[in-house]
Design a protein. Structure first.
Length: 481
């Protein structure tokens, strides 16, 4: 096949081009070579490729825009879920600020009022695991929106209660409704937030709970002063009911757990049709697998180790060292504030390092050491506040890593039941703490309050390392599911 004219080499003995042929050849050059024969570069035609640097810049801008959109979406998800979580913790302390008002109006003692709060806590602890199964079956958004609406309704109706028993029944019902938050929140966050930002999402969620605890006394006391305790309960209940509607209408934002669940449900339907074990039996096997059981023990040990400090810290310091009430309460406040700050810092640490044993070793060993120091040596006011704050910060620093560990060993689509199971253990342990530590303070050496805390913290460290040391912990849990 003859070469195209434009590629034919020019030889010395060729005849000079006839008149007009030079112009025609010049006109053909751009079509053959894609460049102009003129000394100035021609304009880029439509469809021509951009230079590599331009294409890289455009691609970089698109990636940055996509990343920014993803971050905004994550912030919206975490914001919505965390506000609901803040309300759940607020409702835990909705009655203590107004107990004196309830005592005088209902004509009951503090024992009866204490039974109100015990009923709420027990209901919230016992029902967490069944609600976790509902979350995995019907989705976190549906369960949390219904639960928040019902809890807000119960709290609002408490403002209309005409007697103690009506108040008791409504608050226990509110405790049952409160069980939705941990299973549903963690299921949504684990499915919707990318792994590289999940630690910070968990830390924001945990921090919102601390905010709820901090706001409850101020808000309830303020509303009771401006109006009365009944109006305070009705206002806070209405806020919960209204925000339940906000959660319900965020379907496109909060349904990632159900989209991730679709394939798993299809697989379970296929196995059920073939005569395999039903899904509730699979869930039971998951909850009794070694990694999940060790996580349960870790939650229990952490609760026993640190809840006793928070509940009996002021009284124990008074018994041991005659510490002034103001100093002891200042140290306890420092513990709570430092714990909240530690949660925020722990989210960044968890995203950088993951659920590492080294994080647990450093934080728990140091926290246990501070507890032993407080229980063994009398400290000055400044040193006491500083050491107590350090203990709180270390405890908070580990919390996002704890949640990340649970996510790593939990199969997709099972976060609701696992977190419900672990939260049940944590709630029941928190109910045991007042009895155990109260008995120690009445009948034993007060130093045992701190020594027991250090023992339980050591147990938490051992259970954490056992979970991480288990061969393919996530795979074992997945097989159980």
């Amino acid at each position: 096949m003859p070469k195209p004219r434009c590629f034919r080499p020019v030889r010395k003995h060729d005849a000079a081009p006839a008149a007009g042929q030079a112009e025609a050849r010049a006109a053909l050059q751009p079509a053959c070579f894609g460049v102009s024969s003129q000394p100035f570069p021609r304009k880029r035609t439509v469809g021509a490729r951009r230079p590599l640097s331009t294409r890289a810049a455009v691609s970089g801008h698109r990636q940055m825009a996509r990343f920014a959109a993803d971050v905004v979406r994550d912030v919206r998800i975490v914001g919505v879920i965390s506000f609901g979580h803040m309300l759940s913790h607020f409702y835990f302390l909705v009655l203590p600020p107004i107990l004196p008002l309830l005592k005088s109006e209902l004509d009951v003692g503090y024992v009866a009022l204490g039974a109100l709060m015990s009923g709420f806590a027990l209901a919230a602890g016992i029902m967490q695991t069944p609600v976790g199964f509902l979350v995995d079956r019907y989705g976190g958004r549906l369960v949390v929106s219904v639960g928040l609406f019902l809890e807000g309704l119960c709290i609002a109706c408490m403002g209309l209660a005409d007697g103690f028993w009506a108040l008791m029944g409504l608050y226990i019902a509110a405790g049952v409704a409160n069980t939705v938050f941990h299973p549903a929140d963690y299921a949504i966050l684990a499915a919707a937030i990318p792994r590289q930002r999940l630690g910070r999402a968990f830390s924001a969620h945990l921090f919102s709970g601390n905010i709820g605890f901090a706001l409850a006394p101020v808000v309830m006391a303020g509303l009771a002063v401006v109006w009365d305790w009944r109006a305070a309960l009705m206002i806070m209940g209405a806020i919960g009911m209204a925000f339940a509607g906000v959660i319900w209408f965020q379907g496109a934002l909060l349904d990632d757990d159900m989209r991730a669940r679709t394939a798993r449900l299809a697989e379970r339907a296929r196995r059920a049709a073939s005569g395999a074990a039903p899904s509730h039996a699979e869930g039971a096997r998951l909850l009794t697998s070694l990694p999940i059981v060790m996580c349960l023990l870790f939650f229990i040990m952490m609760t026993l180790g640190f809840s006793g400090i928070k509940g009996f810290y002021v009284a124990t310091l008074g018994v041991l060292y005659d510490t002034p009430l103001a100093t002891a309460n200042a140290a306890l406040t420092a513990f709570m504030l430092a714990s909240a700050l530690g949660v925020l810092a722990g989210g960044v640490l968890a995203d950088r390092l993951g659920a590492r044993v080294s994080t647990a070793v450093v934080t728990l060993v140091a926290a246990g050491a501070t507890v032993l120091v407080i229980g063994s040596f009398p400290l000055g006011a400044i040193m006491l506040i500083a050491v107590t704050a350090a203990s709180g910060f270390l405890q908070g620093l580990l919390m996002p890593t704890r949640d990340l560990l649970v996510r790593e060993i939990t199969p997709d689509g099972s976060m609701g039941k696992v977190m419900g199971f672990l939260s049940s253990g944590m709630m029941l342990a928190s109910g045991l703490v007042p009895i155990l530590y109260g008995w120690v303070l009445d009948y034993a050496d007060g130093r045992w309050i701190f020594w027991l805390s250090a023992i339980f913290i050591t147990g938490a460290l051992l259970t954490f390392t056992t979970v991480r040391a288990a061969p393919d912990a996530g795979g074992e849990a997945a097989k159980a599911a």
